[in-house]
Design a protein around this ligand. Structure first.
Ligand code: GAR
Length: 202
């Protein structure tokens, strides 16, 4: 699983954290070979360019169907012999076109302790609910919205007076640390799954 494609739609700060980890030799044997983005104008595309990582920028709207959009991605992933897909703020559901060939080899990061606050704006959802503890989850991707087996979680306390910005900042810091660690373990084949229970072996 050492050849990695990162999928991202937006700012790309997690993409940058992964690229930095790779540069510093913290991604195990993992190598980011490709950025895939559904928003060619997103800042993440620029970050890939700066990091010298090739990108595949496709607008889903320019395809006849979601299926054809993903088929094009799969073709490119095959061509580059990608073994692991890392979603980092990729804001769309993955369909069986991608899920089937990459079963058990797609991971995502989500800014809450799943199964709490799945879907969009998890940080806003946590603040509105009033929880005192939220965090970050890295999980396998299945056909649902943030429903796949959990690989790793880290808690972040909600502090009095937190705003979406201040809480997001602390959550992001945890993401930048946790995601490279999990991706490194995955790339090294140290993540196993039994039923719904994932384990990172030492
Ligand atoms: C991250 O906080 C990630 O956890 C979240 O989007 C952000 C992307 O930021 N993902 C989701 O909410 C997925 N449901 P980034 O583009 O700066 O890495």
């Amino acid at each position: 699983f050492s050849r990695i494609a990162v999928f991202a739609s937006g700012t790309g700060s997690n993409f940058a954290a992964l690229a930095k980890a790779q540069e510093e030799g913290r991604l195990g044997g993992g190598r980011i070979e490709l950025l895939v983005s559904d928003r060619p104008e997103a800042p993440v595309a620029k970050r890939a360019e700066e990091a010298g990582i090739p990108s595949l920028l496709l607008r889903p709207k320019e395809f006849a169907s979601r299926k054809e959009y993903e088929e094009q991605i799969v073709e490119e992933l095959r061509r580059r012999e990608i073994g692991l897909i890392v979603l980092a703020g990729y804001m769309r559901l993955i369909t069986p076109v991608l899920l089937e060939p990459y079963a058990g080899r797609i991971v995502n990061i989500h800014p809450s302790l799943l199964p709490a606050f799945a879907g969009k704006d998890a940080i806003g959802q946590a603040l509105e609910y009033g929880v005192k503890l939220t965090g970050v989850t890295v999980h396998f991707v299945d056909g649902g919205m943030d429903t796949g087996p959990v690989i790793a979680q880290r808690a972040v306390a909600v502090e009095d007076g937190d705003t979406a910005d201040t809480l997001a900042q602390r959550i992001h810091e945890v993401e930048y640390e946790l995601y490279p660690e999990v991706v490194a373990a995955f790339a090294a084949g140290r993540v196993t799954l039994e039923g719904r229970v994932a384990t990172i072996r030492a």
